[in-house]
Design a protein around this ligand. Structure first.
Ligand code: HEM
Length: 423
């Protein structure tokens, strides 16, 4: 009996990562409450990235992403531009999704985004800048997302997520009780399935099962991330309006960079004590002033990476022999009014049995993401003797980028196979 319960718990814990019909039936058998139904697409926010008003918030008002995530890389069959029939099929499938699940953490949040390679199928130029993905540091060798599209699904409910995925892919006839007339599989095939999770306790619960985390269970119970801190403080995130495309056919949409990053945390936990981890994650000043307790809940709605922390980075590097990840990134993450430019929505993953991270970042221009990544590389700080390209330089020693992709996230009304001019 005990064993059976344990294996059911394990099956549920891994359900989204595993995927498929068996995982779904395990979740459905546990589901106690119905999943709330959705609305016609026209009644939903035009920006597919407009999630914040429909998320939970913590005590400090920070937005909390839903715990379960799937990222599907989608490729169109054949060459050349898609047809009107293809477009109608995608429109129908996504319209059913909107009606089947409430646009919220309790139902399902989604976004369907397109690569430069997709827009390359057309003769016309894309009416918004969207560069090809490229290496963003001298020490990475990522593969690039060159398929057509990316569908991101997120929910509190693994059953809703798995059911939606399977219905969209033509493996189920209903979504939350609504009949699916056309599935995405009429035009797309899945080339890569990535899964993610985020939330206090979830990394600790999985730490014994993945490569990249040393033995002994170092990940704190209350941490939402494998590295032991929380991220995404409201005051250090761009607002959804700040990442909006403002003009042209894609106004109301945004751009997305998606990186996949492997974590190897043996030295993070084995060689650094808590104070050193605070220095490398936030800043030496954070450690000196004792600003971070535990996973950082005490910081409230702002990480404490303020002008002083950013501007005295070289002095801190000289005095403490290290620099922090957040203080470095912040150097490029402010607009002229001092407001953040990137809206990070990263989640942890155990895909391929490795502690990893799927890192979607939304910003008005991909350029802003690239600039932040360059600032995070900290190559300009390596003239200080103790700072090396990957040592004492934030968290670079422990993370390895394996994939990068750039995407346009069109407004909802153009999310079905848009043309480059939005006609
Ligand atoms: C394992 C990987 C990563 C972890 C665990 C992590 C964690 C964190 C934490 C704890 C903070 C401070 C709290 C906050 O403001 O959210 C932070 C800040 C930040 N991180 Fe990361 N991060 C990771 C990778 C990245 C990557 C790849 C980028 C992209 C270039 C990035 C960009 C940023 C930015 C822009 C900030 C906010 C700085 C500011 O403007 O105040 N992070 N990160």
């Amino acid at each position: 009996m005990f064993d059976r319960d344990l294996s059911r718990r394990d099956a549920l814990k891994l359900a989204v990562a595993t995927g498929g019909a068996t995982a779904l039936s395990a979740c459905l058998s546990e589901a106690e409450e119905p999943v709330p139904r959705g609305s016609p697409s026209a009644e939903l926010p035009e920006g597919q990235h407009r999630w914040n008003d429909f998320l939970n918030t913590d005590d400090a008002g920070n937005h909390e992403l839903p715990p379960h995530h799937v990222f599907l890389s989608l490729a169109l069959d054949g060459d050349g531009p898609p047809t009107e029939d293809d477009r109608a099929a995608v429109e129908s499938a996504m319209g059913t999704l909107d009606r089947a699940y409430q646009w919220s953490h309790a139902g399902l949040l989604s976004s369907l985004a397109y690569t430069p390679a997709y827009f390359g199928r057309f003769d016309a130029d894309l009416a918004y800048p969207l560069p090809d993905p490229r290496r963003l540091s001298s020490f990475e060798t990522p593969e690039f997302d060159t398929q057509d599209a990316l569908l991101h699904l997120a929910s509190d409910r693994p059953d809703a997520l798995l059911e939606a995925e399977q219905a969209l892919l033509g493996e189920r006839e209903e979504m939350n009780g609504l009949e699916v007339e056309t599935s995405l599989s009429a035009v797309f095939s899945v080339t890569l399935r990535r899964t993610g999770f985020i939330g206090a306790g979830m990394p600790a619960e999985r730490q014994g099962e993945v490569k990249g985390i040393p033995s002994g269970g170092p990940v704190p119970e209350e941490s939402p991330l494998f590295m032991g801190f929380k991220a995404g403080f409201r005051g250090n995130q761009a607002t959804e309006s700040a990442v909006n495309i403002q003009e042209g056919p894609f106004a109301g949409g945004t751009t997305k960079h998606l990186a996949t990053i492997r974590q190897r945390l043996d030295d993070w936990y084995g060689e650094q004590d808590f104070e050193e981890r605070v220095m490398e994650m936030f800043s030496p000043l954070h450690a000196e002033r004792g600003l971070v307790e535990g996973v950082g809940n005490d910081l409230g709605d702002f990480s404490g990476v303020d002008e002083e922390v950013v501007e005295t980075i070289r002095e801190q590097a000289r005095n403490f022999g290290r620099v922090g990840h957040a203080q470095k990134a912040a150097r490029a993450n402010r607009d002229a009014d001092g407001e953040p430019l990137l809206l990070r929505r990263h989640v942890e993953s155990t895909d391929d049995g490795e502690a990893s991270l799927h890192f979607p970042s939304l910003q008005r221009n991909i350029e802003s993401f690239e600039a932040v990544r360059e600032a995070m590389n900290g190559a300009d700080l390596t003239d200080i003797p103790t700072i090396r390209q990957r040592v004492n330089n934030g968290i670079l020693e422990y993370i390895f980028v394996t994939r990068r992709g750039n995407y346009l996230v069109p407004p909802r009304s153009l999310r079905a196979l848009p043309t480059p001019t939005g006609t």
